[in-house]
Design a protein around this ligand. Sequence first.
Ligand SMILES: [Zn+2]
Length: 377
Amino acid sequence: MKPRDRKDELAVAQDFRRQLQDRVGTRAPVKPREKIQKWFESDFGILSELAAKTLGDANYEGIVESLKKEVAATELASPHDEPLTRTILKNLCEEVEAACHEQGIPLRSGVAFGSTASMATEAARYPVFFTEASVITFSLGFLSFCSHASKLIAMSLPHKPAGTSFRIYFDIDSVFAHINANKDLKRQWMELIGAYAYGSGPTIVPSQGISGAPALTRIQLLASMERFAIAHEYAHHVADHGKRERASAEGDELGKLEEYEADFFAIRICRYLESKETARNFHLASGTGGVLLLKCLECVRRARHILVHGVDMTASHSHPETSARILAFDLIDEFLCEPNQQLYKHARDSFSAVVDRLWRGLQPLYVRMHKSGLRPI
Ligand SMILES: [Zn+2]
């Protein structure tokens, strides 16, 4: 067979991605580009308001304007691609690809990246057989979950003024004193995890307004969660993971190892990206963004398990237990100097403990929902 070049292989991967989208179908309405452009024109006020809610006091008009131009210029590789999601994903994936390129990490024949209309929280990389290319997809539910969760986490952290700036407290006692003082936050956590576990998170979790210092924290958290997730999937592509005989009696040990490897790669890429940014992002550098994403996704999986079976699960089936993965982040810190090594570990452990305590509070509520007959879609 005549060897195909990189471009041909990427085209095969794009075709495979379209087939994967077909399998999911188009449950969420696909907005054609003209419709989005029109929406930008007619609803500029609403969009600016939405951006202001998200970004607080930042220069949101400029951001809406530049996003509008980017959406207009984004090529849609598949009829199922929704232009706004495609643009956001393109920016994120190209950033990780540039980081790989600058660090001399070969991307083989490349990646056909994109989203599916699924409401579940799925991030996946598929090898494209007989090629050196991969497909990386994120479900609508996954992207929307990062957005909702980053906002609620930021709102749950006490921010106190300190000179011209502010200090964020993330030790377990301060965070719970803040959450317990605000009934709305407890309800929102129950709704967020419950709605995504039920299977319709993107459509039923309302968009909350956020402003001031928490809005800035939210942007940093969202950026670090998304970059961690994308770099993790790129790791599976770079190392060509997943080509093995599945599931032995001892469990999929090689599969677990690949998850650790992908996390290591993701943290390193995140640290590299952070070092290039003009504004520092603690969550991107320390790995707390990744920790929070993994922990919150674990809550969704466990809540779903409860809604189906009535009881909590002890370990994840396809990924090594989340706490073991997070502990392994410590090994990557060996390359850091003090005080960062201690600081980063302390922050990751603290955030991890916060989500564990949150889960202990939420778990009985989902058991009660199961008892009253609620089952996921
Ligand atoms: Zn993985």
